[in-house]
Design a protein around this ligand. Structure first.
Ligand SMILES: CC(C)(COP(=O)(O)OP(=O)(O)OC[C@H]1O[C@@H](n2cnc3c(N)ncnc32)[C@H](O)[C@@H]1OP(=O)(O)O)[C@@H](O)C(=O)NCCC(=O)NCCS
Length: 187
């Protein structure tokens, strides 16, 4: 159902992934620069695999998991995605995921998008803990989470297997109370 609302930030519209997004999803996730550290699922190598991702989100029976497409307000171009998945509703926690097309990286778009997603998650969805799981070598992603005040909790050794190699990942989290303090201090 993917029923979360669209969110707007100064430069972006975050709108729910839609049934006709398979072409974008294919082009985006089959790009080796985007896929390099996305090891929690099989690589997207066919349009059918992209369609399966769209169907997973668009056809989900409830509002979770969700994925937004990031549209740049200045030109309407889709420049990435982000979303909240792996929900454990009993514990009011879930995981955040995100990715930008290479040409949109290094310009603060994901900091902007996730700031809105975190505010939405903590204030509107009542989440207590938002987790992130990041490949140990994914420096840009770790920098982004540090900027957003996620705390590093440890390393999950050999978490994902890709092409015969196991990969360690860092687990990080942001709690509602820490986010609230940071917001009140104006970051
Ligand atoms: C992870 C990923 C989204 C991070 O992207 P990013 O471009 O570094 O993040 P942002 O869009 O927030 O940009 C931040 C950078 O833009 C700069 N910037 C420029 N203008 C800015 C602005 N107005 N506001 C904030 N930052 C700005 C910042 O200085 C920062 O650079 P720095 O990290 O060198 O200090 C990106 O590397 C990516 O999509 N990777 C492939 C997919 C992936 O690995 N996903 C994560 C899996 S865990």
């Amino acid at each position: 159902m993917n029923a979360f609302p669209s969110l707007t930030t100064p430069r972006l519209r975050l709108r729910p992934l839609a049934a006709d997004d398979a072409d974008f999803v294919f082009a985006h996730f089959s790009d080796p620069e985007v896929d390099r550290f996305l090891l929690d699922d099989d690589p997207v190598r066919t349009r059918e695999a992209a369609q399966a991702i769209v169907d997973f989100y668009v056809g989900a029976p409830g509002p979770t998991p969700n994925r937004w497409v990031l549209e740049r307000l200045s030109d309407g171009l889709a420049i990435g995605t982000c979303g909240l998945h792996n929900w454990v509703e009993r514990d009011r926690r879930c995981e955040v995921g995100y990715d930008l097309v290479p040409g949109a990286q290094g310009q603060g778009y994901m900091t902007e998008a996730l700031s809105a997603v975190l505010a939405f998650g903590f204030t509107r969805l009542g989440l207590n803990r938002i987790e992130a799981i990041v490949h140990v070598d994914n420096a840009a992603s770790l920098r982004l989470l540090s900027r957003l005040r996620f705390q590093r909790e440890g390393v999950l050794r050999d978490l994902h297997l890709r092409d015969g190699v196991f990969h360690d990942h860092v687990v990080l989290s942001l709690l509602a109370r820490d986010w609230t303090v940071a917001e009140n201090q104006g970051r």
